[in-house]
Write a protein that binds this ligand. Structure first.
Ligand SMILES: Nc1ncnc2c1ncn2[C@@H]1O[C@H](COP(=O)(O)OP(=O)(O)OP(=O)(O)O)[C@@H](O)[C@H]1O
Ligand SMILES: [Mg+2]
Length: 369
């Protein structure tokens, strides 16, 4: 029998739902082996946390687990990052270097967003899985490595295979042991205990007295759909706690952080809050419109300035308009894009018109991960 209390405490994973208990049972089953595991789940469901638990319950627990995000490494570098290289293997390779496969020797290597591994490397990775041998870039002899692999994806790899973006053979190899972490909206009974944990951690970290949560707040949070899953819940709790003045977290403390749920969002069968979102959406719309007007004014001003010199008479004063720094605008745009894309980073990058890797860099820079 699994001691769920003990497990939760040891790995900081909170749950109460049956579906999570079953998932944790599978974790216990696969952990002691060396078998490659694929963790599947939407963004923010806790894939990395579960990977750490698998490692922590394995015989490799006293060795390290390295975590590599395949989507975050520039494509041109990923092979040498994983496999390492010999001196002179390419321009700039002034020294030989170990890659992650070698660095994780004896321990566990967590390959996050495995769906982002370039096709050319997928075949090489498959070979590593099969032979546990690697060849550094520019090297002639293979090196044996003793690594346990845990991979994770928030994409349905079967779809990626169908679109010819993921190799079928690697897919079959990886999916043998798949652990699926359900999205938060499918295990709402976990929400109150997660709220309590995040609140307690936050108060402790910031040395502030413990805040209370009104019962109606729990009910409200349980109704929301959490497209960004546990990570979104954590952020919401921390933001609400940071700005709370009454000592009790109420619905109002959360409303401004949560994405308004629109009526046409049927796809997930979401509950709909009819009391608030409309005015939140209105406000956002007005801000955006004001921003657009301001931009138009500046454009007109600039255009006129180039032709005449007496612009001030025609154009109203714009000095008092709030200027938002480029950095803040970027942050805001990223936040909005993530919300719009239901926290699918690839989609968000598309909305923003930047590459996924640039988005990762920005998320790291702004500490938004
Ligand atoms: N069951 C849980 N109990 C406590 N904290 C959790 C739980 N699940 C997730 N978290 C927290 O939520 C955040 C997101 O978790 P994690 O990074 O493991 O998600 P992920 O699935 O790897 O996300 P991504 O797909 O974006 O990489 C982390 O701060 C993690 O500690
Ligand atoms: Mg992750």
């Amino acid at each position: 029998m699994i001691d769920h209390k003990e497990f939760q405490k040891k790995f900081g994973i909170c749950y109460r739902s049956q579906i999570m208990k079953e998932m944790v049972e599978v974790v216990h089953q696969v952990a002691p082996t060396d078998i490659t595991v694929l963790i599947y789940g939407e963004s923010g469901v806790g894939k990395e946390l579960v990977a750490r638990a698998i490692h922590g319950l394995s015989p490799r627990a006293n060795k390290k687990m390295l975590s590599v995000n395949c989507g975050a490494i520039p494509e041109g570098l990923i092979e040498s990052e994983l496999f390492g290289h010999q001196r002179g293997a390419f321009t700039g390779a002034v020294e030989s270097r170990k890659g992650y496969f070698e660095l994780a020797d004896g321990g566990t290597l967590f390959l996050d967003e495995i769906g982002e591994l370039p096709l050319s490397l997928q075949v090489k990775f498959l070979r590593v899985l099969e032979t546990k041998e690697i060849l550094r870039l520019g090297a002639e002899t293979v090196i044996k490595v003793d690594v346990r692999f845990i991979t994770a994806t928030n994409k349905d790899l079967a779809v990626e295979v169908a679109k010819k973006r993921f190799r079928e053979d690697l897919y079959y190899r990886l999916r043998t042991v798949t652990i699926e972490i359900p999205p938060l909206r499918k295990r709402k009974e976990d929400i109150p205990i997660l709220v309590d944990k995040f609140l307690e951690d936050f108060c402790e970290r910031n040395k502030i007295p413990k805040l209370e949560v009104a019962q109606e707040t729990y009910d409200y949070l349980m109704e929301y759909s959490w497209p960004g899953n546990v990570r979104e819940l954590k952020n919401a709790v921390e933001s609400a706690a940071a700005l709370n003045k009454t000592g009790i977290l109420k619905i109002e403390d959360f409303e401004k952080y949560l994405k308004p749920i629109t009526l046409d969002n049927k796809e997930r069968n979401l509950p709909i809050f009819l009391n608030k979102p409309a005015d939140v959406a209105d406000r956002e719309f007005i801000y955006r419109a004001l921003f657009e007007i301001k931009k138009d004014l500046m454009d007109i001003k600039e255009a006129l300035l180039n032709r005449h010199h007496k612009v001030e008479e025609i154009i109203p004063e714009t000095e008092n308009l709030a200027i938002v720094s480029v950095r803040d605008q970027e942050k805001e745009a990223i936040k909005n894009a993530l919300i719009q894309a239901n926290f699918d980073k690839k989609k968000a990058a598309e909305i923003l018109g930047i590459s996924l890797r640039t988005l990762y860099r920005k998320l790291k820079e702004f500490q938004m991960g």
